[in-house]
Design a protein around this ligand. Structure first.
Ligand code: SAM
Length: 285
């Protein structure tokens, strides 16, 4: 097999295996060598890297990763793709293929088994229907990743990179920017996939921070506040925090506490920076 980014060769391969795309599994396969190169360059893969790929599909990205990295573990949910992957990956002895649902898999267990517990890079052209839960798992479960390089729907990428006060700014922004530094790698038109999705995409690198940009006393409490702040975007900060039940301070005391921190209680929560949210969480809990 010469190139899986050739639409004709990919279609022939899939037809030979009697494979039909599943819309509900977010199957849009990449057929553009230039974008593939940009993903590999953006992920800065070298011969020492251990790479976890989610959703290898027919193996296009997997092959490119395996030729640059020390080892690749690829997790694919769709059983029908396993014989196809066995064929496309047969020349590589550094790929472990795991048939599983990434949302249910014990990822730390996999890292221990396949990577001897060492840190890894996540690289994936993600299925769009579960982009956010996948990324949140990696961020919140303390998995030892160095960076996450993912193709995601344009709108989701914009939420991850958003600045405070914009419509895209929300709890995903705060979680992503608390743990990582986003870096835009390239914009991707829908036409580079078979079949083309309804949305455009962006390849984004999320480089793990050595430590969070703000000091937070209680991480769970901080994220509870973040969730509360964005759940009622139109209300004032004072009303949102009071109504959320995350603390049992009376409204007047809460007002004084916010004013004492130099934060206007009548502001909308979405105008708060990550620093402001950390300040409030540290004072509240
Ligand atoms: N990597 C391939 C490419 O770039 O051409 C395919 C990408 S396609 C957008 C997403 C892939 O994720 C599909 O192969 C799909 O079957 C797989 N997938 C969907 N849901 C999954 C899940 N919960 N766990 C693991 N893989 C999943």
């Amino acid at each position: 097999m010469r190139s899986l980014t050739s639409p004709r060769q990919l279609k022939d391969l899939l037809a030979r295996h009697g494979f039909n795309f599943s819309k509900s599994l977010g199957q849009n396969f990449l057929v553009d060598q230039n974008i593939l190169n940009k993903i590999i360059e953006g992920a800065r893969i070298n011969k020492d890297d251990l790479v976890l790929e989610v959703g290898p599909g027919a193996g296009t990205l997997t092959r490119a990763l395996a030729s640059q990295a020390k080892k690749v573990a690829a997790v694919e949910i769709d059983k029908r793709l396993i014989p196809i992957l066995d064929e496309t990956l047969k020349d590589f002895d550094n790929v472990d293929l795991i048939q599983a649902d990434i949302l249910k898999l014990d990822i730390q267990g996999l890292v221990d088994d396949v990577f001897d517990g060492q840190s890894f890079k996540l690289v994936a052209n993600l299925p769009y229907y579960i982009t956010t839960p996948i990324i949140m798992r990696f961020l919140e479960e303390g998995l030892p990743f160095k960076s996450i390089v993912v193709m995601v729907q344009k709108e989701v990428a914009e939420r991850m990179m958003a600045s405070k006060g914009t419509k895209d700014y929300g709890s995903l922004t705060v979680a992503v920017q608390y743990y990582t530094q986003p870096r835009l790698i390239t914009r991707v038109p829908a036409s580079v996939f078979i079949p083309p999705p309804k949305v455009d995409s962006i390849v984004l690198a999320l480089d793990k921070r050595d430590k969070p940009p703000v000091e937070v006393k209680d991480q769970a409490a901080f994220f509870a506040l973040v969730k509360a702040v964005f759940s009622q975007r139109r209300k004032t900060l004072l009303n949102t925090i009071h109504a959320s039940g995350i603390c049992d301070l009376e409204k007047d005391k809460l007002r004084l506490l916010l004013e004492g921190l130099g934060i206007d209680p009548s502001r909308r929560g979405e105008t708060l920076s990550i620093e402001d949210m950390a300040k409030i969480a540290n004072a509240l809990f």
